[in-house]
Design a protein around this ligand. Structure first.
Ligand code: ADP
Length: 187
């Protein structure tokens, strides 16, 4: 199964992706994690990405696409994957479509996790205390939410037009949201 997870920062995409992985045995591919990995490894690409990420802006489409391409070419992605954090704008959605066509693959589902903006801000503030992520400060979070509204939210329409979009209510416990997702994916 090939799944794209959409939702605002703090909507719970990463948490839900990990639970889906446990059940379906397909890799969780998070472009945010791939970028943080490049930063930790101090690669030139990571160093360039860090400045952009620390401001809450989007890293260039070409850089992220290159990383994603390498990841999708690994063997464990042959039978499916959960993509988290990509596509983040309509250009990336079109790039993903071309890349999957090259690999003779098709998406099965795009899930949009819907959470109130106030709830999202509260969740990120809590995560900031626990994880201390560089981009979880108030000003940067506000920018990430704006970038989401302006650039990422339109990606949902892209998949709606392809008839593979399903909206998932992101309210309630982690288990509640997971149960809704499993009902949609039917596993
Ligand atoms: P969140 O969804 O909570 O903002 P992520 O870990 O998905 O967290 O992303 C963190 C940052 O990594 C983003 O603000 C952005 O700078 C960068 N990033 C992640 N994925 C992409 C992408 N597909 N395109 C461009 N930048 C990305």
């Amino acid at each position: 199964m090939r799944i794209v997870l959409l939702g605002a920062p703090g909507s719970g995409k990463g948490t839900q992706a990990k639970l889906i992985v446990d059940k379906l045995n397909i890799p969780h591919i998070s472009t945010g994690d791939l970028l943080r990995g490049a930063i930790a490894a101090k690669t030139p690409l990571g160093l360039a990405a860090k400045e952009v990420m620390d401001k809450g802006d989007l890293v260039s489409d070409e850089i992220v696409l290159g990383m994603l391409k390498d990841r999708l070419n690994q063997d464990d992605a042959n039978n499916g994957f959960i993509l988290d954090g990509f596509p983040r704008n309509v250009t990336q959605a079109a790039m993903l479509e071309d890349l999957l066509a090259e690999l003779a693959m098709q998406l099965d589902h795009a899930l949009l996790i819907q959470v109130d903006p106030d709830e999202v801000v509260a969740r990120i503030a809590k995560r900031a205390e626990i994880e201390g992520r560089a981009d979880d400060t108030e000003t940067v979070v506000r920018n990430r939410l704006n970038v989401y509204k302006e650039q990422t939210a339109p990606v949902a329409d892209f998949y709606k037009n392809q008839d593979i979009l399903t909206e998932v209510l992101g309210k309630g416990s982690i288990e509640d949201v997971q149960a809704r997702i499993q009902a949609i994916l039917r596993f």
